[in-house]
Design a binder for this molecule. Structure first.
Ligand SMILES: C[S@@+](CC[C@H](N)C(=O)[O-])C[C@H]1O[C@@H](n2cnc3c(N)ncnc32)[C@H](O)[C@@H]1O
Length: 276
């Protein structure tokens, strides 16, 4: 099934201020993954990040693998509605594809603050009829506004468990953006039995000089890159029940096959947890 038949046709119009001259993390990530939805400034910045840390591309792919396995796990537990914030430019194995492969009636609301993500969704939605997947423009730094927008759109039933997906997005929030408060606010709106799927970049395994070069690249992009330690990532799950194996580097989260050498030093942690 193509995207055209899956994306909700009623997403709000937004001015697509793509600012191609400024690197955008969504487009840099698209470039790491081998996508074509990026501009020269994005590619130049991504190449600088790759020059500082050649593992970036493998880390992005490992994160996508985690997303697939983690959403598949949550779908297998019977969750049939998802709020995925920090959607990214559509690529292979998006949340709605995983969720709707498990349950064709599953509903997915995507949220991103980057107009290019909205722009792609609009293009994909051209000619679409009513669907079970929609995309909204909102900012994770204002979680109350995210929840208002999602409620107004009416696709999710907040009286039933929801899969909250925050994959590779919280590292774009500085401490002063209050990322822990954002996650707590979102979780507070969800009922018992909801699940959190979260992945987050880390500098735990790279020398400080490499970290500084990479963060320097993102400081000139539209969002900074804030690596957090394993303990700091674990703190996002406070009050939740972590599913096995807890907070691990993303390739080590329930790998389908033997992980590649060095999997324990990939610069992204991930975990899944249940709200009691
Ligand atoms: C690295 S991509 C991750 C895409 C996908 N979740 C994945 O894990 O493959 C991060 C996405 O988060 C979005 N993003 C960054 N800061 C955000 C914010 N404050 N609010 C909403 N989305 C944000 C970016 O625009 C980008 O699309």
């Amino acid at each position: 099934m193509g995207y055209e038949s899956m994306w909700e046709s009623g997403a709000p119009e937004v001015a697509a201020d793509l600012r191609p001259e400024i690197p955008h993390p969504a487009r840099m990530y698209d470039y790491y993954l081998g996508g074509k939805d990026n501009f020269p400034a994005d590619r130049a910045a991504a190449e600088k990040a790759l020059a500082a840390n050649p593992e970036f591309r493998a880390t992005a792919r490992a994160n996508r693998g985690f997303l697939t396995r983690a959403v598949g796990c949550v779908a297998g537990l019977g969750i049939d509605q998802y709020l995925d914030i920090g959607t990214g430019i559509p690529t292979a194995g998006n949340t709605h594809e995983i969720a709707q492969a498990a349950d064709p009636a599953a509903r997915v609301v995507y949220v991103d603050n980057d107009p290019i993500v909205l722009s792609h969704a609009r293009a994909l939605m051209a000619g679409a009829g009513p669907g079970r997947t929609t995309v909204l423009q909102a900012d994770l730094r204002d979680p109350a506004a995210v929840l208002d927008a999602v409620r107004a759109e009416g696709l999710l039933d907040f009286s039933r468990p929801v899969g909250l997906v925050l994959a590779a997005v919280l590292h774009f929030l500085r401490d002063e953006d209050e990322p822990y408060r954002a996650v707590a606010t979102l979780l507070a709106a969800l009922p018992s039995g909801s699940h959190l799927v979260l992945s987050h970049g880390t500098a735990d395994f790279i020398p400080a000089a490499v970290r500084d070069r990479v963060t320097g690249v993102y400081d000139r992009a539209t969002a900074p890159l804030v690596g957090r330690s394993r303990e700091q990532v674990r703190a996002f799950f406070d009050g939740l029940e972590l599913l096995d194996p807890g907070v691990v580097t993303v390739p080590l989260w329930r790998p389908g096959a033997a992980p590649a050498p060095g999997a324990e030093r990939v610069s992204m942690y991930g975990a899944v947890a249940r709200k009691p």
